[in-house]
Design a protein. Structure first.
Length: 233
């Protein structure tokens, strides 16, 4: 695998056509985007974790949140999968950089009640300090992984990668050994070259990315362990 640049995303561009798994674009007045077929629940329930950066560099005219609605796009992907989760046991968790916060959500089933809980975590917590530090949330994700050793895992990190951690290289090594697929999402800025590896999917979303690009990446993470899934063409 090349280490000379950020890998282009393997995700297909979202279509503007609708289907059974389609959802509204999070942008007001946006067209419908097509995420694909979420497939069937696996025999062993899955756990997908979302680590969310709430630092100040993500906001304002020069901010790094290119679609201005990253939480809305994550919610769209969760909804699309939850509508097809008939086992009621596949789960998602939300961890904010400032963990613990009122916006952090422990592993929660993708049911109607569970989706309400998860939706409450898909916003900037009122008690977030805006720290640009990954270590605390990664430690929490590792603890959850250890607590669910039999669950197929996926870990999504949504940040502009403007991190102030003193031990960034150590954190990247820990991500490389994470016991599940890692989705390193770069909001405006590409993920660091140190994250390139067979267990990591790098995705960069910019202001020029098609609407729904982030939702498509998160849909991929939520369905990677589901049989019969198909990403939108």
């Amino acid at each position: 695998m090349s280490t000379t640049g950020v890998l282009p995303s393997s995700l297909r561009k979202p279509s503007i056509l609708g289907d059974a798994a389609a959802t509204r674009s999070p942008r007001k007045g946006g067209r419908r985007i097509r995420l694909g077929n979420p497939g069937r629940c696996p025999k062993t329930p899955t756990l997908t974790m979302f680590i969310c950066d709430d630092s100040g560099s993500l906001y304002g005219p020069a901010g790094s949140d290119p679609l201005s609605n990253r939480y809305g796009e994550v919610h769209r992907a969760l909804e699309a999968v939850a509508r097809h989760c008939f086992c009621g046991k596949c789960q998602a968790a939300i961890i904010h950089f400032d963990t613990p916060t009122t916006g952090c959500v422990d592993p929660t089933p993708l049911t109607r009640t569970g989706m309400r809980r998860l939706a409450n975590g898909l916003t900037v917590p009122h008690d977030a300090t805006g720290a640009s530090l990954l270590e605390g949330s990664l430690t929490q994700a590792e603890a959850l992984a250890a607590h669910y050793p039999d669950h197929p895992l996926a870990l999504c990190i949504l940040t502009d990668w403007e991190l102030f951690d003193d031990n960034a290289s150590d954190l990247f090594s820990r991500l490389a050994s994470y016991p599940g697929k890692v989705y390193a999402v770069g909001l405006r800025n590409p993920p660091p070259l140190d994250l390139l590896g067979p267990a990591t999917q790098t995705v960069t979303v910019t202001r020029d990315s098609p609407q729904g690009s982030l939702a498509c990446a998160m849909f991929d993470s939520l369905t990677i362990h589901r049989s019969g899934r198909a990403l939108a063409a």
